[in-house]
Write a protein that binds this ligand. Structure first.
Ligand SMILES: *Cc1c(COP(=O)(O)O)cnc(C)c1O
Length: 387
């Protein structure tokens, strides 16, 4: 085992040295079909040509002029994102948690004149690992950690509008929600609930913040997951798939909500042209109607195959949208299946001990899906024979 890296999570002893598209290779040359993809990060797969070209071109032009100056890729990416969403301004950062910190700060800034600062979030939500975003998260495992938490977050129940209404008081400024709780087990906020939430937040003069770090940039088959509910939030955060594998995140806001003043927000790498050039390459490709139609088609195909697998092995439901899918095993065998699948050359993730999550690249092919399903079929059979 590696002793010089801090032990932040149990990791297999594999060392990955190369990636291409849907595939990863370890140091011994063994191939793995990768349905984790950096945690729904590699929108276009490993080392796609579009990203390699963007990095090469931008690296020989300009890497970091300082956030105190404008640069062309940041301006272009902000234009692209705002033109194709309901938002007017963007702030770029590196990690998703940083974008969410920005959203929390923006909401608090917005509420300052009326003395409001509380943000309603949801049980089982996940918003990141900084102190404030851990405090905002409703992940049970975070509860005992790093006390005292940052105050000002109240937790409602997903898809229960009364639980949100009951938490609103004269200090409340915003509601923050993942359209699909990814880490929380691929739990969908229903379309009706999102509509009710938008109506309630309008009525009570609250900002609606969507954390689309996992669901944004085509993952659910639309460019933004909030489009499925036909609502217009005030603030959105992006990360993961936006950079397609490089550290890039974004905070977007409507003109009304975009209220930072000089000195409120910043960061050394915020909006650096190297990462923004990659974001442009990724979004330009994902945005194409034919690309998004294929995400929907392949998402449906993968979901159908998972349902057939579930019937065959008498497992639970298949949940999710687009290419963010989960198979409920209805028993505690997820970690075992993940290990067996890995030894058979398939990488998948278990967000809980009874759930498997699938996050292939958005340009995954039907052949890749068929191969993954057949490897998974074998892994489930082996795991359930053993128990
Ligand atoms: C991954 C994730 C984050 C945190 O992003 P990092 O880049 O790991 O900081 C926040 N919110 C959601 C919904 C996520 O899936």
């Amino acid at each position: 085992p590696v002793k010089t890296l801090m032990p932040i999570t149990p990791r297999p002893s594999l060392v990955f040295v190369r990636g291409e598209g849907t595939w990863l290779w370890d140091e011994h040359g063994e191939p793995y079909l990768d349905f984790v993809q950096g945690w729904a990060v590699n929108s276009l797969g490993h080392c796609p040509p579009a990203i390699r070209e963007a990095l090469n071109q931008q690296a020989s032009r300009l890497i970091s002029p300082s956030p105190a100056y404008f640069n062309a890729p940041a301006i272009e990416l902000a234009q692209l994102l705002t033109q194709h969403s309901g938002f007017d301004q963007a702030f770029f950062a590196s990690a998703g948690a940083e974008a969410n910190e920005g959203a929390i700060k923006l909401a608090r800034r917005f509420g300052e004149s009326s003395g409001r600062f509380e943000i309603i979030t949801f049980k089982r939500s996940f918003h990141g690992r900084t102190l404030a975003t851990m405090s905002a998260s409703g992940k049970p495992a975070f509860e005992p950690l790093f006390e005292p938490k940052v105050p000002g977050f109240a937790k409602a129940t997903l898809n229960d509008i009364d639980s949100v209404a009951a938490l609103i008081n004269d200090r409340t400024i915003a509601v923050m929600i993942e359209p699909i709780q990814g880490e929380g087990g691929v739990q969908l906020a229903t379309t009706d609930f999102l509509k009710e939430l938008r109506a309630l937040t309008f009525e009570r003069d609250l900002l609606l913040v969507v954390d689309e770090i996992q669901t944004g940039v085509g993952r659910t088959g639309k460019l933004w997951a909030y489009e499925h509910a036909d609502i217009t939030p005030d603030i959105m955060t992006l990360g993961k798939g936006l950079g397609g594998g490089v550290p890039l995140s974004a905070l977007l806001a409507t003109e009304r909500a975009s209220c930072f003043q000089y000195g409120d927000q910043g960061g050394t790498y915020c909006g650096n042209p190297l990462m923004c050039a990659v974001g442009l390459a990724v979004v330009n490709e994902v945005m194409q109607p034919a690309f998004l139609a294929q995400v929907q088609a392949h998402g449906k195909y993968l979901a159908d195959q998972l349902r057939a697998l579930s019937r065959r092995h008498q497992l639970g439901e298949v949940r999710g949208q687009g290419l963010l899918l989960a198979l409920d095993l209805a028993r505690e065998s997820a970690n075992q299946i993940v290990e067996i699948a890995r030894s058979n050359g398939l990488l998948i993730n278990a967000p809980t001990s009874s759930l498997l999550r699938f996050m292939p690249p958005l340009n995954v092919t039907r052949d890749d899906i068929d191969l993954a399903i057949s490897k998974l079929d074998g892994a489930i059979r082996t795991a359930h024979e053993l128990t």
